[in-house]
Design a protein around this ligand. Structure first.
Ligand SMILES: [Mg+2]
Length: 373
């Protein structure tokens, strides 16, 4: 079997544009992958095209050999654009390989170690929290900022977050897990005050307290933040991007994204490294359905899985799948069909062409200076 083509598709999924790849073989078998990188979709599409000469004419079931060729034969390494291109093709190779052997991908990863995969979704306010819990979710994540006003005034942040999370905890009760995403917006001292402010509400984790570029800032939060679990990792790529974070044990939970971190192959390895440090894995997964399916197979197979993000506010997520992934009582069912267990409807993809993002600049500070998104 040989790879004969690798097509790219951009589809507007409302909140973001999804980038799908379809790796086609000479034997009527194809595989889907996803490399959605919001705001940079065209850059990833170009990077996928640059990868194609490294995989064309090769056996798609030699996943590791092709992964190595994509990673090492490009000479330049790392980063979100190359990471997302490799991730997309890697997922498609696993999809093909599963179809060739007639097994779901998690079986090829050593088999499922759990029967279903716990998921969380998002809620920005009390009403949203109530709705998600009523839908059956046992966990949700909310932003560490004020709804409708961008970010809290820095000096008001900790108290305002205390009020927001306190109200949410009261609304949903003690059994529902709440997570907070700080989106890497604060310097260490403010992040520490926020974490201390919400400690009494027992959140599952506090995500991206500080920006992703400087682990020493995260270490400062770690040393002073108290017992609340910390999480980060959606903006780290490949094993080497996680190495120091894991070895220094700066968080309790890592959040690699199967669309950016090197695909199924690399996330399996990153998860094993985390397992050595007794750190759990809660994959970042706000993108499209192929990334979600690939994440599900990974989560089924790794022992240190924590909880999987899912974006349930995008109807096209289900509509573009010929048979949508199933979620019940806040848990995903494991796909049973060979490969990733999903297929996309190309007519639906074509009906939703790429749309430029509209929110650039909306996160500016009150004085007009640039704020982190
Ligand atoms: Mg995040």
């Amino acid at each position: 079997m040989k790879i004969v083509d690798c097509k790219t598709f951009l589809m507007n999924g409302v909140n973001r544009n999804w980038l799908f790849v379809k790796v086609v073989t000479d034997q009527d078998v194809y595989g889907w992958g996803e490399g959605t990188l919001e705001l940079h979709e065209h850059a990833v599409e170009a990077a996928v095209k640059a990868m194609v000469p490294r995989i064309i004419g090769r056996d798609p079931t030699q996943i590791e050999k092709l992964w190595q060729a994509m990673y090492r034969h490009g000479f330049w390494r790392g980063g979100p654009v190359i990471g997302s291109a490799i991730s997309a093709i890697d997922q498609a190779l696993w999809d093909i390989t599963g179809k060739v052997y007639g097994q779901p991908v998690y079986k090829l990863l050593g088999g499922a170690v759990r029967e279903r995969v716990r998921a969380y979704t998002h809620a920005s306010d009390l009403r949203g929290a109530r709705e998600k819990v009523d839908e059956g979710f046992t966990a949700f994540k909310t932003g560490g900022w004020e709804v409708g006003k961008g970010s809290f005034r820095e000096e008001d942040g900790p108290e305002a977050l205390h009020e927001k999370i306190g109200a949410m905890r009261k609304e949903v009760g003690p059994e529902v897990d709440i997570m907070i995403d700080n989106h890497g917006r604060d310097r260490a001292s403010i992040a520490i005050r926020k974490i201390q402010a919400i400690h009494e509400f027992g959140v599952l984790f506090f995500e991206e307290p500080t920006p992703p570029d400087n682990l020493d800032a995260l270490a400062q939060v770690r040393a002073a933040g108290g017992p609340t679990d910390l999480a980060t990792g959606e903006r780290l790529y490949f094993r080497w991007g996680f190495k120091e974070l894991l070895q220094r044990r700066l968080v309790d939970v890592i959040q690699p994204d199967i669309c950016h971190g090197g695909g199924i192959s690399e996330l399996r390895r990153i998860a094993s490294h985390a397992e050595m440090e007794y750190i759990k894995v809660a994959p970042h997964n706000p993108n499209g359905p192929v990334a979600c399916a690939a994440s599900l197979h990974l989560c089924a197979a790794i022992p240190n899985f924590h909880i999987l993000e899912t974006a349930r506010d995008m109807p096209w997520h289900d509509k573009v799948q010929k048979v949508p992934l199933k979620i019940k009582d806040g848990y995903f069912e494991l796909p049973t069909a060979p490969g990733l267990g999903i297929d996309l409807d190309e007519a639906v993809i074509k009906s939703r062409p790429f749309k430029p993002h509209a929110y650039s600049g909306s996160w500016d500070e009150r004085d007009g200076s640039v704020a982190d998104v």
